[in-house]
Design a protein around this ligand. Structure first.
Ligand code: SF4
Length: 449
């Protein structure tokens, strides 16, 4: 992947006009190669050169989207094998399966769960975002089910059928929602390739002939002009599927092998006979290296851990996760409720807010921007001082939330209480527990001074 500076230079106009902000085309080429310049800065690059440069700088796993609007799922775009090397970019889409074999009540139940199991964490909405609609051999029922799901949910769709005609009818019923078409095989590649071209929808491919078959299909369909493909090796055992995911990522990232440089789709729903095993497999695929994960069902206890795992793995390890600075209501607090202050390191926020929730004492949690550092580290680094906390609380108009003007600081930051008292005129500074585990007891006994 990636052209050298000299290779890029050969594609530039070589007039050294300087309009790109550097004096020569060679300097601009070097800047492009190092990623410190954007190609658009040169107004004179030919379309042909643009195409070549874009191609060479494309990520080894092609990014693509399924769905539209709030439920658009972007996958791919990955550039590394391991998260600690750089970062994983686009989290896999989590889908729940509905099929024409299910009765209305079962389908409704799954759609309701998809809608119901949503969680607010660190200012983000965590949820599964896809529905896989499967044709069990009845084309009319399949189209009816596609329409039902489309009308009932905004979720991104995966349409699954072995019958190209049924698939075509289903895709046409919801092409405006950009579903993923699943799946072209050696027998159906021509028909479904044309369908994908006509509708602009991404197309999954599945081969019964191992990697060679998948590569041949990929080559054939890209040769037809398709760009957005999704790979299924057909493996339905944990060992083989794990091996395939790793081999495909390795071929894409290490060898820049374009025929396998696409996101993958996996089916824990076809690999286990109970939800716990299925969830474990999904957890494996989140880490290694699925683009889409299709589950037979979700329960709160199975989905929530997957969503948290996905959130953690698909965040940049070089940038601590943070909560936004602000005052968060926990429970249904009023002006007489206690107010605690903490840092914006998301793990601290999770733990403190969790303990506050667990106490069942409605309270306010004031989160101060410490650039993602924990309380003690932020205090040591001068980012959780009386002055900075006081300034933040004033900026957040903490006084508008509580009438008692008491603020509880973390026990580990007791040293800032004097300085904070000077910053917050008229406020009483209370020192809370050192350990978050003691917060519930503290809150139950809290009284303003
Ligand atoms: S604007 Fe384009 S042609 Fe002009 S110096 Fe920069 S790279 Fe060369």
């Amino acid at each position: 992947m990636g052209l050298t500076g000299i290779q890029i230079f050969k594609l530039l106009p070589k007039t050294n006009c300087g309009e790109c902000g550097v004096p020569t085309c060679l300097a601009f080429a070097m800047a492009l190669a190092s990623g410190s310049a954007e190609l658009d800065a040169c107004p004179y690059v030919s379309d042909e050169a643009k195409e070549q440069l874009a191609e060479s700088s494309a990520p080894p796993v092609r990014p693509l989207t399924v769905g539209t609007g709030d439920y658009e799922v972007k996958v791919g775009g990955e550039t590394v094998m391991f998260r600690h090397e750089k970062t994983f970019v686009n989290k896999p889409g989590l889908a729940v399966l509905v099929s024409t074999e299910m009765d209305d009540a079962a389908v409704n139940d799954k759609l309701e769960k998809l809608d119901k199991f949503q969680y607010e964490r660190v200012g983000l909405n965590l949820r599964a975002e896809m529905v896989a609609v499967k044709d069990a051999g009845d084309a009319d029922a399949f189209v009816a089910l596609v329409n039902k799901v489309k009308d009932a949910s905004q979720a991104a769709l995966i349409l699954m059928s072995d019958d190209p005609e049924a698939l075509s009818a289903g895709v046409k019923a919801c092409a405006d929602r950009k579903p993923l078409i699943y799946a072209a095989t050696e027998d159906t590649a021509d028909t479904l390739g044309e369908l994908a071209k006509e509708t602009g929808c991404p197309l999954a491919i599945r081969s019964s002939d191992g990697y060679d078959g998948l590569i041949a299909l990929s080559d054939k369909l890209t040769g037809m002009g398709l760009k957005d493909l999704v790979l299924d090796t057909g493996a339905r055992t944990a060992k083989q599927a794990f091996q395939d995911q790793t081999a495909i990522r390795r071929a894409a990232v290490k060898q820049v092998f374009r025929p396998l440089g696409f996101p993958t789709i996996t089916f824990p729903c076809e690999m286990a006979d109970n939800l716990m095993d299925e969830t474990l497999l999904a957890a494996m695929f989140i880490a290694k290296y699925a683009g889409f994960i299709v589950m037979s069902d979700f329960e709160a206890y199975s989905l929530f851990p997957l969503l948290l795992e996905r959130l953690n793995i698909f965040t940049d390890p070089q940038r601590p996760m943070t909560a936004d600075q602000g005052i968060y209501p926990i429970g249904d607090p009023d002006e007489n409720s206690p107010m605690l202050v903490t840092c914006n390191f998301s793990l601290t926020y999770f733990i403190v807010s969790g303990e506050m929730e667990g106490s069942r004492v409605p309270s306010w949690l004031a989160v101060v921007d410490t650039e993602g550092l924990s309380v003690l580290t932020a205090w040591a680094a001068g980012k959780f001082t009386g002055e900075s906390v006081g300034t933040a609380l004033n900026k957040m108009n903490a006084g508008d939330k509580v009438a008692h003007k008491n603020i509880v600081i973390p026990g580990y930051a007791a040293a800032i209480s004097g300085e904070l008292e000077e910053e917050l005129a008229g406020w009483k500074i209370l020192v809370g527990p050192r350990d978050a585990a003691h917060i519930p007891k503290y809150l139950k006994e809290w009284k303003p001074e």
